[in-house]
Design a binder for this molecule. Sequence first.
Ligand SMILES: Cc1ncc(COP(=O)(O)O)c(C=O)c1O
Length: 401
Amino acid sequence: MSEKHLSTELIHTGDGRICRELGASLSAPETLPIYLTSVFAFDDVESADAVYEHESDGYIYSRMANPNADAVSKIIASADGTETALVFSSGMAAITTAILSFVKTGDHIVASNVLYGGVHDYLSNEVKRFGIETTFANFAKEDISKLIRPNTKIVYVETISNPLMDVPDIAELAEAAHANGALLFVDNTFATPVVARPHSLGADVVLYSATKYLGGHSDIVGGAASAKSSLIDEIKRYQVLYGSIMSPSDCWLLARSLRTLELRMKRHSSNAVAVADFLSAHPGVEKVFYPGLPDSPSHEAAKRQFLGGNFGGMLSVNLKGGARAASSLIKELDMIQFVPSLAGTATTVSYAIKTSHRHYHPEELDAIGIIPGQVRFSIGLEDVDDIVRDISRALGKAQWI
Ligand SMILES: Cc1ncc(COP(=O)(O)O)c(C=O)c1O
């Protein structure tokens, strides 16, 4: 019988030291357990100091590093074909921390004018507070090298743009950025490493909203950045300062999801091709935005850069009946839910001008082609016949045809 009191027993019995006691005799678990601990304990000051000084391996405090964050980062770096990666509390945390790591007052960024609305808002408004200027451009039409200035530090683009599904020539952008000493940042959220590997085309930092396909089940909010070690070391310095880390439980869920990323992306892609074909032939549809369609202006760039004949699971459509048709379609869909996100297992629909892109000025939206008659589908993993049936039935019931 221990001489300690109950409250003390409750606190100390079976604490983290049990791992050391079990040590060699414990069979290795097949999957990494969740290291749900904010901090790690040391036997003495010298061994703590050695870890702080990188003289020995080990963990100190979970804002700085945690085994689950390291494990999932390794999966992402390897999928992206680069040296290392970091995971974050959200896609926005990954993107804003990575940007802040390479700019200072007086610097300049060149960015595509079609971006996820939160990033557009950040680059249009927030970085201005620090004296950083952003030039937005149509990357398909304008010569980016003409927009790069001596103080340009970052060129920023999405592999498949949200929500217009434009596909830029990443190698060309990398060349323009590097010729002028800037870094190319590519948000690969819509593509994932299964569809495109921007590092192999010259990108310097690849970014993700892991909330989307990497997580893939609509149950975590997270982000990731991958790059060569020297760049990730720089980003990590700011991540530790700002504390934008992913929790060990979410890291574990993300690692589990990544095991099936390739399977999922292939099915998302093949289902999306079938839905894009169906919508292209529908009399109520004016235009389908999907890089897998042979008549898409992005098809050639996508074929050149994308992997395994996959074009991703995201597509948008302009409806002939405008805003009324869009809201009517959203209402009439039965299996397909309206959610302001994407990339889960289920097919979903969204309405960019009132959700992800509501921070754009209406004139800007109009100029780039994000219009009231446009809806965006995230094509899921269901049997494609059921997806097409729901969309077809909803289009048929909508009053405007
Ligand atoms: C392409 C893209 N990048 C970044 C983000 C931001 O990610 P999060 O919502 O995880 O912060 C989103 C969110 O929708 C997105 O669609």
